[in-house]
Design a protein around this ligand. Structure first.
Ligand SMILES: Cc1cc2nc3c(=O)[nH]c(=O)nc-3n(C[C@H](O)[C@H](O)[C@H](O)COP(=O)(O)OP(=O)(O)OC[C@H]3O[C@@H](n4cnc5c(N)ncnc54)[C@H](O)[C@@H]3O)c2cc1C
Length: 439
């Protein structure tokens, strides 16, 4: 394990961050307001970042509502922690808690998944066969990782003996991924990294794990025997132009090769090769280590429900919400929070924090007989780790404007220790406060 405490050398910088952190918490914190009396039935699908947080917020705003939360996973996963686990900085337990511990009193929690959803009939059937009727539905199921889309790959291959990492798969896989990465950065060879062609959660995470691996190899004195290649199906290294240029500059400086319009198609474990679709040919690379991040889609139950866009992201199934109100375009009693939303940006936990007040406002206003006014501007944030102890705190909106939370204190495109601390220390505290409905 790398000793992260050794990194904490500047008390002054930490105090500055702590001040900034509490300002950020205050930004989203709900102020005490008179509760709206209602007997509405509100069903929340998913108790991850978005689902748990909106449940906590709604119990503070509504009196008498019958709120039900449905989630078949008994564990809550703090997914931003997966990157730290995969870099050997934390163990799997860092990201694991119980789903139930984040849910408020006075609601009904059903430890099952939604198996069928009929928005015409306002009805959900659970995997256990329960039939749930609702007046309002909040979809916060997150997304599914389509591992089967990578031919020749299965999660049983992840580990040091095969040289495969796949930290998106969960906390335990992130820990096993670290063992694979640790061996690669000891022994050397060709390391292949990259992202899928679909929309994805935390689009900075594929770049982060590549930068971290390169830095760890350097720290171990083994950089000379490692080669790094980053492949992307896009024509850039990050969707926001100014961030793309900065990431490219860092990759050039650190001799990380990159290929545009390369999509991972298959893996041959015996031959230790990976094949990529490119505009002209299939290209095959030999690897000693490969990090696999698969295509990402809406869960099948959502794709089958009629809530998805009919003419956009048709292979992915994100729900058709208004990009500012997050209210469904065809079913006004349905709202979306988090990764499931079919909007141009915003598949991060930081975006969830900004989805929450919008959905809360429009839902509570509707129940109270008013018009909601809050709008989501596409805010997305990613502490883009560049080395152990350094990150760039990039924040942006739908228009690709940079929207720094700490102007003058944290420069978004500089590799700073304070931005690393945001990721390494402050983000989890803010995330937990968000789950409790306080941020
Ligand atoms: C490696 C990695 C690094 C990341 N780093 C960052 C970061 O640095 N900063 C950041 O802001 N974000 C980061 N993220 C992204 C962030 O974790 C997600 O954007 C966020 O968790 C989305 O919240 P959500 O509520 O939409 O989905 P989730 O938190 O994934 O929760 C979805 C929940 O829905 C449940 N569910 C699924 N299907 C059903 C169903 N049919 N019925 C009922 N429930 C269902 C699931 O069990 C789950 O509990 C990272 C993610 C990963 C994987």
């Amino acid at each position: 394990m790398i000793d992260v405490k050794k990194l904490a050398t500047s008390r002054r910088a930490f105090m500055g961050l702590a001040a900034g952190g509490s300002a950020a918490l205050a930004l989203g914190a709900g102020q005490a307001q008179a509760k709206v009396r209602t007997n509405a039935k509100i069903l929340i699908l998913g108790a991850g970042a978005g689902g748990a947080a909106i449940a906590n917020r709604l119990v503070e705003r509504l009196d008498g509502a019958q709120i039900t939360v449905l989630d078949g996973r008994a564990q809550h996963w703090y997914q931003p922690g997966f990157t730290l686990i995969a870099a050997g900085l934390r163990d799997a337990n860092y990201a694991i808690s119980s789903t139930e511990q984040w849910l408020p009193r006075g609601i009904t929690y059903i430890n099952e998944y939604a198996a069928e959803l009929d928005p015409e009939a306002n009805r959900v059937i659970t995997t256990g066969g329960q039939r749930l009727e609702y007046d309002y539905l909040i979809v916060s199921t997150g997304l599914v990782l389509d591992w089967d889309a990578i031919e020749g790959f299965d999660l049983g291959m992840v580990g040091p003996e095969n040289g495969i990492s796949a930290h998106y798969a969960g906390p335990e896989y992130a820990e096993t991924s670290w063992r694979a990465l640790d061996r690669f950065t000891d022994e050397g060879g060709v390391g292949v990294f990259g992202r899928p062609a679909t929309e994805m959660k935390c689009a900075g995470a594929p770049v982060k794990i590549c930068f971290l691996a390169e830095d760890i190899a350097t720290t171990k004195g083994n950089r000379g025997k490692c080669e790094f290649i980053y492949n992307t199906p896009a024509t850039n290294l990050f969707g926001v132009p100014v961030i793309h240029h900065r990431v490219r500059q860092i990759m050039d400086e650190r001799d990380i090769a990159y290929n545009y319009r390369w999509t991972l198609k298959s893996i041959d474990l015996a031959a230790k090769t990976a094949t990529f679709d490119t505009p002209e040919f299939l290209e095959t690379l030999e690897w000693d280590h490969i990090n696999v991040i698969p295509p990402q889609r809406a869960p099948q139950v959502i794709r089958d429900s009629g809530l998805a866009w009919a003419d956009r992201w048709t292979d992915q199934g994100w729900i058709e919400v208004d990009m500012q109100t997050l209210r469904h375009a065809r079913y006004p009693n349905v709202f979306g929070i988090g990764d499931i939303n079919g909007v141009p940006k915003g598949k991060t936990a930081a975006s969830v924090k900004f989805h929450l007040p919008v959905v809360e406002d429009h839902l509570v206003s509707e129940i109270a007989g008013r018009e909601g006014t809050r709008l989501y501007d596409g805010y997305t944030s990613c502490p883009l780790i560049t080395r152990v102890g350094r990150a760039m705190l990039v924040e942006f909106d739908y228009q690709d404007n940079l929207t720094p939370s700490f102007p003058g204190l944290i420069a978004p495109l500089e590799e700073l220790w304070i931005s690393w601390l945001m990721k390494e220390v402050a983000l989890k505290a803010t995330y937990n406060a968000m789950l409790r409905g306080r941020a």
